[in-house]
Design a protein around this ligand. Sequence first.
Ligand SMILES: C[S@@+](CC[C@H](N)C(=O)[O-])C[C@H]1O[C@@H](n2cnc3c(N)ncnc32)[C@H](O)[C@@H]1O
Length: 549
Amino acid sequence: MKEEFWKGKEIELKIRDMTKEGQGVGKADGFTIFVEGAILGDQVIAKIEDIKKNYALGKIVKVISPSEYRTDSKCIYDMDCDGCQFHRLNYNKQLELKTSIVKNALERIGKIQGAVIHPTIGMKFPYRYRNKGEFKVKSVGGKSSVGYFKRRSHDIINIERCIIQDELSDKIMNSIRDILKNEDTSELKNITVRTTKHKEAMIILTTTRKGFSFKEKLIKRLSNIKEVKSIYQNINPRADSEMMGSRNIKLYGQDTITDCIGGFRYSISPNSFFQVNREQAEVLYEKAVEYLDLKKDEVVVDLYCGIGTISLYLAQKAGKVYGVEAVEEAVKNGQENAVLNRIENVEFIQGLSEDVFPKLLKRGIKADKLVVDPPRRGCEKEVLETIAQMKPKRIVYISCNPATLARDLRYLEERGYKTLEVQPVDLFCWTGHVETVVSLSHKKADTHININVEFGDEEGQIPIDEIARKAEEYRPSERVTYKMMQEYIESKYNFKVHTAYIAEVKRDLGLPMYDAPNAVEELKQERKHPTPEKVEAIKDALKHFGVCQ
Ligand SMILES: C[S@@+](CC[C@H](N)C(=O)[O-])C[C@H]1O[C@@H](n2cnc3c(N)ncnc32)[C@H](O)[C@@H]1O
């Protein structure tokens, strides 16, 4: 693509995909063009604004024919706000797109094959789900703005009504905006509002230094709001984009607030991580427990455990759970939460997973099952190396970043693990983010036996000649995998078959089903059945590999 020819040109494009940042993706002359404001399925005129080595950036000029997936955004700031990238895309299509984002990452980066990737689980009512709002504060010419960044800018939009936040958060933010309207807010960087299921709130004011001019006024007015149970000041002198620093000073009320997921209650401090969507977090945690398939005597390690949300779920079903977490306050919350929920078989260890996990192995603690739920950057090398040495039978990997998830799964697959099931869950409706829970199992045999054999021609010994004959007699047939059958069918019939279809045909033929628990599990889900053509191809493959006559 010649820069001088294309720059500033208006071209017609069909939008065939979308990025997680919300740009439409089209192609012209085989060159990829990312178009701000375009939706998957749109036919648009786009103006080329910038040209890079392998792609160009364009802006929408006109929608010639709108996509069938276009929807009217319920957000009143939709043209400007940078918060929700998919706000004009039909919700079901968003879920499909998230499934394909995960699938593409696993295939391209992870080279994962044969795993069952389930459709993304969405919400019935995908609004007002967030229990944490993070708002920027900016003061220009004595007037302050409190809200979110404008798209591709550092200006702030005053958000009075955010349809993905709890309504209580709108109420508190509008009061704060009113209190601050005539103040110089240059010492105040951010405001975080956490709300709970039972409509309690914690407010965290992040300032650049300890003293700030309107502190007393703010505390007095905010503590009059009945739902406000706790106010903190957080000090972050750095001019970085981090919302919060590590130092907190309590200004009013309780030390913590208490939220619920499932049947558990969780005490939360200002700097502790808590999933922003409690309804979907429950779906995620239940999937994690199902995938782990815990036995009452098993030892589980829960790395990056936060305040022990998942650890408590696991402790109900396991022998012992070790939770490992970096943030001291979160570990303290975890210990309180175990007491709050009367759970005794969980131990929280404060430290970095990459330090603590190898030490657990050295102490002789071996996890039968493992949960990892790292931040966006994924697991540290030392964590992955320790997994490869410890070899837990089953791993559940929870991730908010499909790219680092895929990278880590590839590492684990190269060291004897198999990715079985992948379940994306929509915790961040209307945005380009997706949470994924994955189950992996170790390919090693579950059990082995030792036999001592003496060779020779004396009584009780086995003659050498006999061994060759017996070995031939008992030579096990090559283990037939679903992947082998899929490859055979694809090369012979030129179409792909799903493992669940192979499982279905095997079950219909009355063949044993122990060899692909994931595919069998899939049969319990509501799904389509194989066409007669695929059934015949699968029967042929089963015969070819000697699985049936
Ligand atoms: C995505 S959150 C998951 C928390 C928890 N599993 C949950 O669902 O609420 C990741 C957690 O890892 C913690 N963390 C970040 N880096 C860490 C590290 N290197 N070692 C241990 N914990 C870490 C963070 O403080 C955060 O609590």
